[in-house]
Design a protein around this ligand. Sequence first.
Ligand SMILES: NC(=O)c1ccc[n+]([C@@H]2O[C@H](COP(=O)([O-])OP(=O)(O)OC[C@H]3O[C@@H](n4cnc5c(N)ncnc54)[C@H](OP(=O)(O)O)[C@@H]3O)[C@@H](O)[C@H]2O)c1
Length: 300
Amino acid sequence: MDFGTRVDSDGAFAILDSFVAGGGVWLDTANCYSFWADPSGVGGASERLIGAWLRARPGMRDSVRIATKVRQNPLVPHSWPESAEGLSARAVHTGVAQSLERLGVDHIDLLWAHAEDRTVPLEETVGAFGELVSKGVARRIGAANHAAWRVERARSLAREQRVEPWTALQLRHSLVQPRPLTPLAEAGHRMLAAEDLDLARAEGLAVWSYSSLIWGSYERVDKPLPPTYEHPGTARVLAVLDDVAGELSATRNQVVLAWLMRQGIDPIVGASRVEQIEQALAARRVRLSDEHLARFAEAR
Ligand SMILES: NC(=O)c1ccc[n+]([C@@H]2O[C@H](COP(=O)([O-])OP(=O)(O)OC[C@H]3O[C@@H](n4cnc5c(N)ncnc54)[C@H](OP(=O)(O)O)[C@@H]3O)[C@@H](O)[C@H]2O)c1
């Protein structure tokens, strides 16, 4: 997300090289990253940086999978959400064509609808995403920040239209939880809910989580947990987290990532330094037992 804005190209290239060297495969970006941090007031920097890195590393396109998103890029600089592109067929096709150009690729491995657009008939969005898959432009498609019932309705419409349905969900999720029904400070974020997991398990959908490290808050005094996480459950979970991290000689972040992966959830991790991506990749070797999971379940 921060590549090309908060993280300069030398730093981002080093992180990407280290990610691939450590066995990493999937890159998650979006056409709108990161308009809020870019003097231009529009997105595109992250995709452009990944495109530049792919060009500088011949053959690399075959070693990585690229996930990007459409719906959120401001059409008028510095005017979000007012001018954010939506999910009309025209917006989706235009947005994806621009993503392909910035990335310098001929297909996207997983295309996400970044957020809902209830001003457009869902049939139209479903048809546009399905067409991109039938043309080979998107290999897979998914929904980020969507209510579970909208995803299921879209999948039903896709069946009717005989096109590829959304097969992946992307939502915000971590070990500690914000107070229920409290609005999040981050515009556009949607928490993973029980019905999302229920839907994913019933239908065999992939689940990717974002902001799972809560921006470093598990480990850093300079980044305390946001106020919405202040409740007794957080203290209980953090106490168990420290015990488990100690028993496994792992960091708090690694145990959080291992806890997500153990439930079949794929955490997307943001990194602004090589050490951060190395630590995240090493979480794949952290093995949580059923007993660890039970302790976390009780504390949550
Ligand atoms: N679909 C959506 O709506 C949505 C929303 C948000 C994010 N995402 C996706 O998810 C990705 C990650 O999300 P995110 O950046 O919001 O959350 P995150 O992964 O929880 O936070 C990333 C930040 O955590 C800090 N960090 C990472 N590893 C660390 C370590 N080992 N020790 C200490 N601090 C560490 C770094 O902060 P510093 O840079 O300050 O060091 C890093 O930039 C994004 O790049 C994006 O692809 C999707």
